[in-house]
Design a protein around this ligand. Structure first.
Ligand SMILES: Cc1ncc(COP(=O)(O)O)c(C=O)c1O
Length: 495
């Protein structure tokens, strides 16, 4: 790092402004805290004083030239990037911006099928044609995870005209693909590499963690600093390097979807989180990894539970694993991860990040304490004490993970004439909407794909297990293409 990371240009200026007793004849209408309300009573007036919009001296996020530019330059330096953009719409916005600025309608993009829904939405908005790579399916845990290098290689070789490759670094479960090797191959084919680094913002700050996107040579990455680095929810960054990135196109795409009134609080939180991570991260991340290791050992002594670490994932051909995640297989107890997720909150006041059929996932950060981890171990021990004697039947994997066949581009399906039908009668219809399981926000079917019985079985299972199913349509129904009226738009007639 070449810059002075003690500096927090945006936060410093924002604080100065908040304390300046300015006469506010601009927005926001709360006039920096002059309309008393319940939130202010609880959180304090300072929260509102810092919620400035874009007054003189605080720069403009759409075209930074002052303190925002300085703050983004520090951010780029911390992440080993050439340029950083601050985002107030999360990595959702970063993924939209990366894909929309890389692919025009009908251009191809290679991406894993277990992408976050923002990538699917980017396909609809851009009109790009997805070339899906089937991720590694972990049958023991019942999850989709990293991409095998050979699968990506095949997709690249079969589609040399693709504009880019999107890689998740790491997956929600902390597992990575061989990013550096993918980057090298993609660049040989003149393809850009975009990285969904929503869960990997902390990677550049410890040698004990998987390689970060910029170090691996990727062109673009979006990182949710709010998830693992400590900024406020919704604040993310987009980082970039190298000659393949067209910054004019990227900036105009970001500005298309960024609010013209970005939250100063979110931007300031990025500025100060970067400083904390640069100074505290390297030491504290090692401690967190050590605490996580010890916790996994303790959990592995609890009957019926299995905490899976790096060795487990590497033995399943993963390239690397983020050891700040704690994954516990709970289904041998006869409970689903969804059951445990609920019970840990209801009975022990522990909020987990995610549940899947077979597992629960705890996400740690440099804010995690030993006490927090002890509470998890105690709660899991109680859970085992309660359920082991019941000798419930272990849950066996039921999810088929048969990724559906694509009939048409997501954008075309999104715009096609539609009808609604009961979901259980939709076999062989073409989906006109995405159906998402949340968490982890991964689409089970996307617009343009053929709905199979396997998909319906998976959906039914998730629903009965208590997962939240997100779709545009009222529960029990699905929006499909109305083939009768579709008139088969010719590919040439619409973008
Ligand atoms: C893999 C993945 N990518 C992208 C996102 C979107 O990130 P954000 O919540 O910052 O918009 C998420 C959110 O959970 C995610 O899990």
């Amino acid at each position: 790092m070449k810059k002075d990371h003690n500096l927090t240009p945006f936060y410093t200026k924002l604080k100065e402004y908040a304390l300046s007793d300015v006469v506010s004849h601009d927005v926001p209408g709360h006039k920096l805290g002059h309309i008393p309300n319940d939130l202010m009573d609880f959180a304090g007036n300072k929260l509102y004083q810092l919620d400035a919009n874009a007054p003189r001296g605080l720069d403009n996020l759409n075209r930074p030239s002052g303190v925002i530019l300085e703050a983004t330059e520090l951010m780029a330096d911390a992440f080993g990037a050439e340029k950083a953009y601050f985002l107030t719409g999360g990595t959702t916005m970063g993924i939209l911006s990366m894909i929309m600025s890389t692919c025009r309608a009908k251009e191809k993009i290679i991406l894993p099928r277990n992408v976050h829904k923002s990538a699917i939405n980017a396909l609809i908005l851009s009109g790009a044609v997805p070339i899906f790579v089937k991720p590694y399916i972990d049958q023991e845990l019942g999850i989709a995870n990293h991409m095998d290098y050979e699968e990506v290689k095949k997709a690249i070789e079969d589609n040399p005209d693709a504009m880019g490759v999107l890689v998740i670094n790491p997956t929600y479960f902390g597992v990575t693909s061989d990013l550096e090797k993918i980057v090298n191959l993609a660049h040989e084919y003149d393809m850009k590499v975009m990285v969904d680094e929503a869960h990997g913002s902390h990677f550049p700050f410890s040698e004990r963690l998987p390689i970060g996107s910029m170090e691996a040579g990727a062109d673009l990455a979006s990182c949710s600093l709010h998830k693992t680095v400590g900024s406020l929810t919704q604040s993310s960054i987009l980082i970039a390097q190298g000659p393949m990135v067209d910054h004019v196109r990227l900036r105009s795409t970001i500005n298309m979807i960024q609010s013209t009134s970005p939250s100063g609080l979110l931007l300031a939180s990025l500025d100060v989180a970067r400083k904390s991570m640069v100074f505290q991260g390297p030491e504290k991340l090692i401690k967190v990894i050590e605490m996580a290791d010890k916790t996994r050992e303790q959990i592995n002594e609890i009957p019926g539970l299995k905490a899976l670490g790096k060795a487990y994932f590497l033995s399943r051909n993963a390239f690397d694993y983020d050891e700040t995640k704690i994954i516990v297989k709970v289904s041998d107890l006869g409970l689903t991860g969804f059951d445990v997720y609920k019970e840990l909150f209801d009975e022990h006041h522990i909020q987990l990040e995610l549940a899947e059929t077979h597992l629960i996932l705890a996400v740690l950060s440099i804010g995690t304490t030993q006490k927090d981890l002890d509470a998890l171990v105690v709660a899991l021990k109680k859970l085992s004490d309660t359920y082991m004697p019941m000798e419930l039947e272990a849950i066996v994997p039921k999810i088929k993970y048969s990724y559906p066949e694509a009939y048409t581009r997501p954008r075309e399906a999104y715009h096609a004439p539609k009808k609604y039908m009961p979901i259980n009668q939709a076999v062989d219809e073409i989906a006109a909407e995405s159906i998402m399981i949340y968490p982890p926000g991964i689409p089970i079917v996307i617009p343009g794909e053929v709905i199979s019985q396997d998909i319906l079985d998976d959906l039914d299972f998730y629903q009965r297990s208590g997962s939240i199913i997100l779709s545009d349509t009222e529960s029990g129904y699905i929006k499909v293409i109305d083939k009768e009226y579709w008139m088969k738009w010719s590919e040439d007639d619409n973008e």
